[in-house]
Design a protein around this ligand. Structure first.
Ligand code: 13P
Ligand code: 13P
Ligand code: MG
Ligand code: MG
Length: 365
């Protein structure tokens, strides 16, 4: 047990209602029922949320990151929800659970995990983001804007506690390596990598002035872990705000411009990331467009005061309208890139079969 509090956000798709659109209320109820039974040695507080077909457990505790008991609890909740999903014959029941039994840590087993351990400040405003029909690299652009772009985050210029910038931890998901960039002086080097979000993902961000971690994202790459594709790795992200970290409004600002992300329809298309209220996190048109929710919490002695539904706000109406326009425009491309993803990024492909069928018809030129 430590004085520090740990925020663990763990998510999985354990069955979609209907298809890949939402999480059925019975799954949410099962998750709440199980978490409510936990004693204070395991959890301080918890919330159950959803974005699209992804079930999100927001947990606070004093057991540190990658804690076996907390991860096992999350695993058991997802397994139990899978049973509910199987009874209802929901789509893809247990889709994101790759292992048959728990082995100490959910990392690498399918569920997405973002965790952060810290000493709770006198006021601790936090935003938990969840996105559906996309991949962990979807956070690269908004995290860059929050912590390195002065045209988005005014505090980088005018707040003495932010002016020295932030350190970014970037993971290479293909080669399982990491590298740290000190920004602003290394932003050009960093952008070479994070501009390719299918491979390089921002894992965490830390202040260079105050001794605080500011952001943590889930970077699990399901396709790699399983050796085959078993569903898109829809990501979550935690961002702490204010008092030397970006203000809440600065953390939300990047989502006013819906950027293009990978993962729409069959995990094989690109489309705009639309900021939505909790109620509108139901990707329906062509299983999309991809959605993001932002849940605000004030932590109070580890208790999660919230969630506050940020993107329900009217000021994101224009972003939604733009996203819907872009979605329509992208759809007109049908099976052509860049709406359809590049060959090596698609979840589904008929290429080997079609190539095999036509192999004798290919002639030298
Ligand atoms: P802090 O420096 O206390 O985070 O305040 C910044 C702010 O909220 C300005 O909008
Ligand atoms: P999920 O990854 O959200 O299950 O979506 C899969 C898909 O292919 C939707 O078309
Ligand atoms: Mg699904
Ligand atoms: Mg999903």
């Amino acid at each position: 047990m430590s004085d520090k509090i740990t925020l663990s956000v763990i998510k999985a798709d354990v069955g979609g209602y209907v298809g890949h659109v939402s999480v059925h209320e019975d799954l949410m109820a099962r998750a709440r029922q199980m978490l409510a039974q936990q004693g204070p040695d395991i959890l301080v507080d918890w919330k159950v949320m959803a974005v699209g077909d992804d079930l999100i457990l927001v947990l606070t505790h004093r057991n540190g990151e990658e804690n076996a008991s907390v991860h096992e609890l999350a695993w058991d909740v997802f397994m139990s929800c899978t049973e509910v999903a199987k009874e209802l014959k929901l789509y893809g029941a247990g889709q994101d659970l790759l292992a048959d039994s728990f082995s100490g840590n959910v990392k690498g087993m399918g569920p997405g995990v973002a965790e952060m351990e810290f000493v709770e400040r006198p006021a601790e405003p936090i935003v938990v983001f969840g996105a559906d029909k996309t991949e962990p690299g979807a956070w690269n652009l908004p995290l860059y804007k929050m912590f390195a772009d002065p045209f988005s985050t005014a505090g980088l210029v005018i707040d003495p506690k932010m002016h020295k910038g932030f350190t970014f931890e970037v993971h290479d998901l293909q080669d399982s390596k990491r590298v740290f960039f000190n920004c602003p002086e290394e932003i050009y080097d960093m952008l070479v990598f994070i501009g390719a979000p299918g491979r390089y993902c921002i894992k965490s961000v830390t202040s260079r002035t105050i001794d605080e971690q500011a952001a943590s994202s889930s970077t699990q790459k399901l396709s790699k872990l399983a050796g085959r594709y078993v569903g898109k790795d829809d990501p979550v992200c935690i961002v702490r705000c204010q008092s030397g970290l970006p203000a809440v409004g600065e953390v939300l600002e990047p989502f006013a411009n819906p950027h293009l992300v990978s993962g729409w329809m069959r995990g094989s298309h690109s489309g705009p990331l639309m900021p939505v209220s909790f109620a509108d996190a139901t990707p329906t048109r062509f299983d999309g467009p991809p959605r993001v929710i932002a849940a605000g919490f004030q932590l109070a002695h580890g208790k999660l005061v919230g969630p506050y539904d940020f993107f329900a706000d009217k000021s994101y109406d224009k972003a939604r309208a733009v996203a819907i326009d872009i979605a329509g425009y992208m759809r007109t491309m049908g099976p052509f890139e860049p709406h359809r993803l590049h060959l090596d990024e698609m979840e589904y492909t008929t290429l080997p079969e079609v190539m095999d069928k036509l192999k004798d018809r290919f002639e030298p030129i």
